[in-house]
Design a protein around this ligand. Structure first.
Ligand SMILES: *[C@@H]1O[C@H](CO)[C@@H](O)[C@H](O)[C@H]1NC(C)=O
Ligand SMILES: *[C@@H]1O[C@H](CO)[C@@H](O)[C@H](O)[C@H]1NC(C)=O
Ligand SMILES: *[C@@H]1O[C@H](CO)[C@@H](O)[C@H](O)[C@H]1NC(C)=O
Ligand SMILES: *[C@@H]1O[C@H](CO)[C@@H](O)[C@H](O)[C@H]1NC(C)=O
Ligand SMILES: *[C@@H]1O[C@H](CO)[C@@H](O)[C@H](O)[C@H]1NC(C)=O
Ligand SMILES: *[C@@H]1O[C@H](CO)[C@@H](O)[C@H](O)[C@H]1NC(C)=O
Ligand SMILES: *[C@@H]1O[C@H](CO)[C@@H](O)[C@H](O)[C@H]1NC(C)=O
Ligand SMILES: *[C@@H]1O[C@H](CO)[C@@H](O)[C@H](O)[C@H]1NC(C)=O
Ligand SMILES: *[C@@H]1O[C@H](CO)[C@@H](O)[C@H](O)[C@H]1NC(C)=O
Ligand SMILES: *[C@@H]1O[C@H](CO)[C@@H](O)[C@H](O)[C@H]1NC(C)=O
Ligand SMILES: *[C@@H]1O[C@H](CO)[C@@H](O)[C@H](O)[C@H]1NC(C)=O
Ligand SMILES: *[C@@H]1O[C@H](CO)[C@@H](O)[C@H](O)[C@H]1NC(C)=O
Length: 412
């Protein structure tokens, strides 16, 4: 029963934080309640001695199949121990003062006698290394989440941890929905980090906490998606939209991922709607047809950032992307639109036609201003330089002509 509940809970977390892979374990206390939960991925890179006084290096991952024998929980300290392979184990111990908890030491034991992992090892026994985790203090009753990679170097072993979700001192047998994210997962920590020791600064404490002030993180240009709505199964599209999308919500930037997005919506005479649902957000675009022209009338975005911050921003009084009904609106350049005080929308390679689509393809496009400027500047510049060239040639011609005439007079 409890196991079932925690499996369901893990599943929720796996979906919520895209931890679709990784080693997932729960540890029970003496009353058979969950007291420790972990879902994480680790790569070990071990260098060991082989014959001929040389060293070899192997990399292997933490398998999914582990046991938790040796894990313990009590009120102020607990240990997570993952046993795998032929005598391998990875353990981390946690302590708490009641308000915060922290990970103290990571101990990794490996068996050099396992020739499938360490071929030709001259050493024959188990080795142990310890490392200090770079995990900050975590609020009690929150999960520690770190999707970013973190490498711990310890002597001859490097450990890379990623997609980490851990909660120690779980209370009431249920894993917390609240998250303490690692600094690396927050988009802005590198530039905002105080001058003091960066590893000691605690990041966002829980999901309802306002994120720290933003700077400009460098996200890649979002992938452009192609979306269309059909009035019924076997007709051509009545609404088509192509764009790449980025949002800045509550000072967190996210790209909209078109892959895996479900598209729905409707086409009307006076109003059409496009609804895009990705793993992280749902976007509803409502277009209005005011007889001759159409425009984006309303925008509703709800979702959750990777650090667990929920958002829901709506503006139903927009007049963006205006073009004549029967044509499409196009804007290839990156554009930004302030939708609400908390939400800025960035579009890339935008083209939409919400009304009057014929044969499922875009009609003539009405270009937005910046593109026009761009396509204007080049011919104008070419024209101006041609004119200058002509003037120079003419001037040169007259100068030469005048000189020649002068010399003719002189020679006369
Ligand atoms: C092995 O290499 C170390 C240095 O890399 C050297 O000091 C030692 O003498 C070598 N031992 C043998 C047996 O070659
Ligand atoms: C982990 O190691 C495997 C090889 O064992 C490698 O393919 C993979 O890229 C590594 N992952 C990370 C995040 O380092
Ligand atoms: C290595 O282990 C094997 C068996 O596992 C044993 O027979 C052998 O004596 C060991 N060699 C050394 C050098 O310890
Ligand atoms: C661990 O990482 C450091 C830095 O990348 C590297 O110099 C070292 O060789 C690595 N050690 C192993 C055992 O791979
Ligand atoms: C998460 O934090 C909020 C705000 O502090 C709190 O009300 C809520 O009970 C917490 N949820 C859990 C599951 O701890
Ligand atoms: C964060 O969570 C703690 C308890 O987990 C709660 O006391 C605190 O109010 C929360 N912070 C905010 C800003 O909600
Ligand atoms: C439309 O699709 C239905 C099945 O969904 C099919 O029976 C019908 O013949 C199709 N009509 C046309 C005009 O292709
Ligand atoms: C879309 O996602 C699927 C599975 O998640 C993947 O196999 C496919 O390569 C992705 N396509 C693109 C264009 O990224
Ligand atoms: C746009 O609205 C006008 C007036 O309501 C209507 O006559 C026209 O058919 C509409 N256009 C489209 C493409 O639905
Ligand atoms: C569209 O708007 C026009 C005028 O604004 C109105 O007469 C018409 O009934 C509306 N059509 C629909 C389908 O709502
Ligand atoms: C915005 O979308 C959310 C979820 O899709 C919905 O619950 C909410 O009612 C919408 N708000 C408006 C004003 O349409
Ligand atoms: C928004 O666009 C304007 C010009 O179109 C640009 O000057 C401004 O820097 C942009 N703002 C952001 C936050 O990208």
């Amino acid at each position: 029963m409890y196991r079932y509940a925690s499996v369901v809970c893990c599943l929720c977390f796996a979906i919520a934080f895209q931890l679709s892979h990784g080693t997932s374990v729960t540890v029970k206390d003496k009353d058979n309640n969950t007291c420790l939960f972990a879902n994480l991925m680790i790569n070990f890179t071990v260098s060991y001695e082989v014959a001929g006084n040389e060293s070899a290096t192997v990399t292997f991952g933490l398998p999914d199949d582990v046991t938790t024998n040796g894990s313990t929980c009590d009120n102020t300290s607990s240990t997570l121990k993952l046993n795998f392979g032929k005598g391998f184990s990875w353990s981390v111990n946690f302590t708490t003062n009641g308000k915060l908890y922290k990970a103290d030491t990571i101990t990794f034991t490996y068996n050099l006698n396992d020739t499938t992992v360490f071929p030709n090892s001259v050493v024959n026994d188990t080795a142990t290394v310890t490392a200090k985790p770079q995990i900050p203090d975590i609020d009690i009753d929150t999960c520690y989440s770190c999707n970013s990679k973190e490498t711990l170097e310890a002597d001859v072993v490097n450990q890379t941890l990623w997609k980490v979700l851990i909660q120690a001192f779980v209370s009431n047998d249920s894993i917390s929905e609240n998250i303490t994210s690692c600094a690396a997962d927050l988009p802005n920590t590198t530039t905002v980090a105080p001058i003091t020791n960066a590893t000691t600064s605690t990041p966002v404490t829980n999901s309802s906490t306002a994120p720290p002030p933003t700077t400009t993180p460098t996200l890649p240009t979002p992938t452009a998606g192609k979306y269309s709505i059909k009035p019924d199964e076997n007709s051509t599209a009545c609404l088509i939209a192509n764009f790449g999308l980025r949002i800045n919500v509550k000072k967190i930037e996210m790209n909209f991922e078109p892959n895996g997005t479900t598209v729905s919506g409707s086409c009307g005479v006076n109003s059409s709607q496009l609804v895009l649902t990705s793993s992280s957000m749902t976007i509803t675009l409502t277009f209005a047809n005011d007889t001759k022209k159409f425009h984006l009338h309303a925008l509703n975005i709800t979702g959750k950032t990777s650090s667990g911050v929920e958002f829901s921003e709506v503006n139903t009084n927009l007049s963006l992307w205006e073009a004549a009904v029967g044509s499409s609106y196009m804007c290839n350049k990156e554009q930004n639109y302030t939708i609400t005080s908390q939400l800025t929308l960035y579009t890339f390679d935008l083209q939409v036609q919400p009304f009057g689509v014929k044969k499922g393809v875009f009609s003539t496009a009405e270009d937005c201003q910046p593109d026009d400027v761009d396509s204007f500047i080049v011919p104008v510049a070419v024209g101006v330089s041609l004119l200058v060239l002509i003037l120079i040639v003419l001037l040169a011609y007259f100068i030469v002509r005048k000189r020649n005439m002068g010399s003719t007079y002189e020679s006369l």
